[in-house]
Design a protein around this ligand. Structure first.
Ligand code: FAD
Length: 471
């Protein structure tokens, strides 16, 4: 009989091997670091808890059924296939022992010579993690598929809901957070309801769907100049989105959201796009963190007292040397940091640079773009500001260019053209457990219980799997 026990996920490289570089996280920063170390005299190990790299800027398009998950993701193994000095390991890291130079995982530890932490960020509910159940965020492909399911199930539930009040609540969506993700989600959900599925249902008018974007601050897209924020607000409102500014959400319940100083807002579909928190791995370092849990790094992106440990991408709170400004949590910054640390490691192992000779990291800001909806976006490149179709075209080209491989670029371009021509969003798949949320079925409807559950059971909080109309 063969031995069925799993192999140790992180067997150490042979002691005679070149310096061991561990990279945790196959996102933008980690992949850039691994590629930057191609052919360097080091042995690179890329560790990720998932087997795929995700292009996060297009997650909202998976959540809103414009793209399929595989269009924006790619196996890390195939991304790094040509980097011969790099191996890929599927494992979740738990922490770092800085003093003993060990990377910790469940059931073991492995020694490194250089460590690059590039594990990204997660959502922040500002101390209210209990909101997550009713207001999921968007960070992974799983989150996107779950969000897609909730959006589509809301319309399915509304179609068979007999209570007008509950039907209205099912056809109301609230997005908390008016940054780029909140704006993109609000615009896309509005487009689904008004332009994509309006002919698919028999009992409901999906064009009456309410999409509400709640922003705690006084304008949307605070990273843009005020005139572009204002343009984004106007564009969203023209599309039919209700924008609420200066409205701080204080509680999220299964029935709606509480807003400071305002009446309770009954809404069954709440999505969270309001805050980020550095990856919990940062905490294990025992070095200073920001309030949002990012690791405060030195000008060369290392942690204090450890020139062999770099923290990059969304995990790092870095300052750009040339401007002194904080480096934003965006994909180009993560890519630039990844490339920068690869150069530092290469220079260190070849003896070309001592830690005290390292040039500090500077971020090259190539511009900021946010999309709002079909042919609507805002962009700022240097001092130039654009809106509308030109900005949207630029946004599309930049996103295509940054996708990880040709397959994804082709797939996304083809889907976008199809969607544009037909107002389509054909990835409208409800996967997993498809339970409708119906309390009072529409008169005359028969509700079929799930297999094994017996007869129809109206008035249940989370109802049946299937609803049918008797002929
Ligand atoms: C919804 C959304 C929209 C965005 N839109 C834009 C945009 O339009 N433009 C833009 O420039 N930026 C955008 N961003 C930000 C951008 O995606 C991030 O700045 C970028 O992904 C950061 O790269 P990273 O390499 O630091 O982390 P990530 O890309 O998050 O990668 C981190 C990797 O670490 C892995 N990992 C995490 N924890 C562990 C662990 N314990 N053990 C092993 N592996 C682990 C993860 O699986 C992941 O693969 C968006 C982000 C989100 C979430």
């Amino acid at each position: 009989m063969t031995d069925q026990r799993p192999a140790a996920p992180l067997a150490p490289p042979s002691p005679t091997s070149p310096p061991r570089v561990f990279i945790v996280g196959g996102g933008f920063a980690g992949i850039a670091a691994a590629k930057g170390l191609a052919k360097a005299p080091v042995q690179v190990t890329m560790v990720d808890r998932r087997n795929h790299h995700v292009f996060q800027p297009l997650l909202y398009q998976v959540a809103t059924a414009a793209l399929s998950p595989a269009d924006i993701a790619s196996p890390i193994r195939s991304v790094l296939r040509k980097i011969k000095n790099c191996r890929v390991v599927l494992a979740k890291m738990r922490g770092v022992d800085l003093e003993r130079r060990r990377l910790l995982f469940d059931g073991g530890a492995v020694e490194y010579d250089f460590l690059v932490l590039a594990a990204g960020a997660t959502h922040s509910y500002f101390g209210h993690d209990e909101f997550e159940r009713f207001a999921p965020g968007l960070k992974t492909l799983e989150d996107a598929v779950e969000m897609r399911k909730r959006i589509l199930l809301a319309f399915e539930s509304a179609e068979y809901e007999g209570s007008e009040e509950r039907r209205r609540a099912a056809l109301t969506f609230a997005i908390v957070g008016g940054g780029p993700t909140g704006v993109e989600l609000a615009g896309s959900i509005q487009e689904i309801a008004a332009k994509t599925i309006q002919k698919d249902f028999r009992h409901i008018d999906t064009t009456t769907t309410r999409v509400i974007l709640l922003q705690g601050g006084d304008r949307l897209l605070p990273q843009f100049p005020p005139d572009l924020s204002e343009r984004a607000r106007r564009d969203l409102e023209k599309m039919g989105v209700e924008v609420m500014l200066n409205d701080r959400v204080t509680n999220v319940t299964p029935d709606g959201v509480e807003i400071a100083g305002k009446p309770f807002l009954p809404v069954r579909n709440v999505f969270w796009a309001a805050g980020v928190q550095g990856n919990p791995l940062g905490k294990s370092l025992g070095v200073p963190l920001t309030r949002s849990g990012q690791v405060v790094v030195n000008p060369d992106l290392t942690v204090p007292g450890h020139p062999e440990v770099f923290v990059v991408g969304d995990m790092a709170a870095a300052k750009s040397h040339d401007t002194g400004a904080s480096v934003p949590g965006v994909a180009p910054a993560a890519l630039q940091m990844g490339k920068y640390v690869a150069k530092r490691v290469r220079a260190a192992v070849t003896g070309a640079e001592r830690p005290d000779q390292r040039p500090p990291f500077s971020y090259w800001d190539k511009g900021t773009i946010a999309t709002i909806g079909r042919a609507k976006a805002v962009a700022m490149i240097g001092k130039l500001k654009f809106g509308g179709f030109v900005a949207w075209l630029l946004w599309s080209l930049v996103h295509i260019a940054y996708l990880i491989n040709y397959r994804n670029r082709l797939a996304v371009m083809a889907s976008w053209m199809w969607n544009w021509l037909l107002n389509a969003r054909d990835a409208r798949l409800i996967t997993g457990d498809a339970r409708l949320d119906i309390k009072t079925p529409r008169p005359g409807e028969v509700i079929l219980a799930e297999e094994g559950e017996g007869a129809a059971a109206p008035n249940r909080e989370f109802g049946p799997a299937v609803v049918s109309t008797p002929s």
